[in-house]
Design a protein around this ligand. Structure first.
Ligand code: PEP
Length: 257
């Protein structure tokens, strides 16, 4: 299997106003002083901050992403944002199917797939999130749920070049809890296997599968070196540059470093 360049993506969720952009300036400076050449970096701020973030990060390799998009390019959909609008504002990727969208807004797999297709239409990378709830895990349904979500949310058009998968156990998001390293390895291996059946082995083996859920500088060196983990989707710890950079730096310092 070819080695996959990892990606650490920060999801600011519904956090961030103009003054929060200082964190991006600090990230820019930190990476200029002590680069982490071993991984790609992305920040997904609220859409309201995207264009200002573009200015702050100009000339760096730090990519910007949106947190959600509507399936259509434009139209009478008050409050929604299209993939084309995100691209126009400077994003190169968009998160789709985050569990907070699936739960808070009742988004199902078909809608998530339509959003991923919208991302491709706008030349954005789709970061497709999947993950089981605590009840599903307790009932031993984790792998069934993930298989159903992959089959329902990942378009046939998905390729390693336009798609990143993110495994985010819902019970681990913002809770401080994480699965065991064995469970992470088992689940990521399973996701790659299911993707292989859907997209072919070559695409599956080149696709990044991020882990998300309570990743912090203190556990990143363990979680991010589990087989088949190709980076992290980071929520809370992406809001402070010291924490986010601390996660990213494990790729320079190595496992256990
Ligand atoms: C997320 O919601 O994408 C996430 C991973 O959150 P946290 O890191 O805060 O658990």
């Amino acid at each position: 299997m070819t080695s996959i360049r990892p990606l650490v993506a920060g999801n600011w969720k519904m956090n961030g106003i103009d003054s929060s952009l200082a964190e991006l300036g600090a990230l820019r400076e930190q990476l200029a002083e002590a680069p982490v050449a071993e991984a790609d970096v992305m920040v997904c701020p609220p859409a309201t901050l995207l264009s200002r973030a573009v200015e702050i990060l100009a000339g760096t390799d730090i990519a910007l992403g949106g947190q959600d998009c509507h399936p259509l390019p434009s139209g009478a959909h008050t409050g929604d944002i299209s993939a084309e609008m995100l691209a126009d504002a400077g994003a190169t990727a968009v998160i789709v199917g985050h569990s907070e969208r699936r739960i808070d807004h009742g988004e199902n797999d078909a809608l998530v797939k339509a959003k991923a297709l919208a991302a491709y239409r706008a030349d954005l990378t789709a970061i497709i999130c999947i993950g089981e709830t605590e009840a599903e895990r307790r009932d031993g349904e984790t792998l069934d749920v993930l298989k159903r979500q992959i089959q329902g949310s990942v378009p046939e058009e998905a390729r390693a070049a336009n798609t990143v998968m993110a495994y985010e156990p819902v019970w681990a998001i913002g809770s401080g809890l994480t699965p065991t390293l064995d469970d992470v390895a088992k689940v990521h291996g399973f996701i790659r296997e299911v993707l292989g059946r859907l997209l072919g082995q070559a695409e599956s083996e080149a696709t990044r599968i991020l882990y998300g859920g309570s990743v912090k500088p203190t556990n990143a060196a363990e979680l991010l070196f589990v087989p088949d983990v190709n980076g992290a989707l980071v929520g809370g710890a992406s809001l402070k540059t010291t924490d986010f950079y601390g996660i990213l730096a494990v790729y320079r310092d190595g496992a256990g470093g």
